[in-house]
Design a protein around this ligand. Structure first.
Ligand code: CP3
Length: 372
């Protein structure tokens, strides 16, 4: 397997533009190395700063709310027809430079045998939280067939998207563990941290299992044709740098380094991670996602000159009127120039109450201001 991936990476790099479509293990894989998005991830110049939004697919769009009526969140993630339509909705509307695969971070752990649901307005809720050795046994490794609906949806999407890259994603071991241990969303991560500090062997076994599941899940998406992957460690900002490096980073690094030979850019994102940015880059990322708290030029000083950045307009600014949006967007674009590559995004996901027309205008503004 390793050799095949390595060969592909070479072919992708050298002949991507000429070949366009390559035959790979399981079928045709569209190679989009020359898209503005992939070029920025690699620190290469492009025609404009690429832009997409975390949570661009979802509740800010009336067409999303309509198609989801009467269909549970997990069920919609498992139906390739719905996944395809929902993923395409924001691409059609906003002219973004990348699509993000519609799914959720808990989809692979559900496939691994954990009984859970995604409750509207709350988030993932786990029926029996994972807190002991015996609980850990319920979390088995996954094989690609466990998520065949993902393979099918990615293939459908890649065919539909043409020149627009598709971003695959997964939750990072720490953020996934927080849902499994707490049983649902948490403000304090009390039980999570109690296991991390108090039962480090169990903690490491749990995070290693989650890293294994996550790596398989991302490989499935890459095999099916995504052009980049994003590892969401959304809640890692709850940790100090020392604890992140000791208890979390090795497991995230196992995922990210396990994908080096796959030949697609790896984005690593978390919220409230100002003090972790350097470590999150070191964990193995081509692009470090930055929330709105740290200006991108400052972020680049911390991360170092070898990695691109993604971010970081505060999603709340979209509620402050167009003049403010325009001023702050210009600031973010300006500060992003300090990095070798900049992918414009919000500092976290689109809020459900956001006016979708503002997002459409914002994409046009980013393209206009950054275009040569
Ligand atoms: O457009 C996209 O970004 C793709 C879709 C996507 C979803 N979840 C769909 C979703 C992505 C990338 C995710 C990742 C995800 N899921 C993360 C990491 C990103 C982040 O926000 O930091 C996390 C922490 C989760 C867990 C989760 N799932 C939460 C916290 C929630 C929100 C709860 C709520 O309803 O407010 C969910 C549910 C969820 N995931 C929704 C969507 C569109 C809302 C469910 C619905 O529409 O009924």
């Amino acid at each position: 397997m390793g050799k095949a991936y390595a060969d592909l990476a070479v072919v992708r790099g050298r002949h991507a533009a000429a070949l366009g479509v390559l035959a790979w293990h399981h079928g045709p894989v569209t190679v989009l190395q020359d898209s503005p998005f992939v070029r920025a991830c690699r620190g290469l110049p492009g025609p404009h700063t690429p832009v997409w939004f975390m949570r661009q697919a979802g509740r800010s769009l009336p067409e999303y709310r309509k198609i989801r009526q009467g269909v549970g969140m997990l069920e919609s993630c498992r139906r390739p027809d719905l996944v395809t339509e929902i993923t395409l909705q924001p691409v059609r509307r906003h002219n973004v430079d990348a699509a993000i695969f519609f799914s959720d971070i808990v989809v692979p752990v559900a496939a691994a045998g954990i009984d859970l649901d995604i409750v509207a307005g709350t988030g993932p809720v786990v029926a029996e939280p994972v807190r002991t050795e015996a609980d850990l046994a319920r979390l088995r490794p996954i094989v690609p067939a466990d998520v065949d609906f993902v393979t099918e949806a990615v293939r459908l999407l890649v065919a539909e998207l043409g020149a627009t890259p598709l971003i695959g994603f997964a939750g990072a071991p720490f953020t996934l563990a927080s849902y499994l241990i707490e049983g649902g969303p948490s403000r304090t991560y009390l039980k999570t941290k109690a296991m991390m500090y108090g039962a480090p062997e169990l903690w490491n076994a749990l995070l290693a299992r989650l890293a294994e599941i996550t790596l398989t899940f991302l490989r499935v998406q890459i095999d099916a044709g995504v052009s980049a992957v994003q590892l969401f460690d959304s809640w890692a900002g709850a940790l100090s740098e020392a604890d992140y490096r000791r208890f979390v980073m090795p497991h995230s690094a196992a995922v990210l380094n396990g994908l080096i030979d796959a030949g697609v850019p790896r984005i690593h994102f978390g919220v409230g991670t100002g003090v972790l940015l350097e470590a999150m880059g070191e964990a193995g990322a081509d692009v470090v996602g930055v929330d709105w708290r740290t200006p991108l030029d400052e972020a680049t000083r911390r991360i170092g000159p070898d990695r691109a950045v993604q971010g970081n307009l505060d999603p709340a600014i979209l509620f402050a009127g167009w003049d403010v949006v325009e001023r702050e967007t210009r600031r973010v674009l300006d500060q992003g120039k300090a990095a070798p590559g900049h992918v414009f995004n919000l500092g976290h996901g689109v809020m459900p109450e956001t006016d979708p027309d503002i997002l459409t205008r914002l994409v046009a503004l980013v393209h206009e201001v950054s275009g040569s």
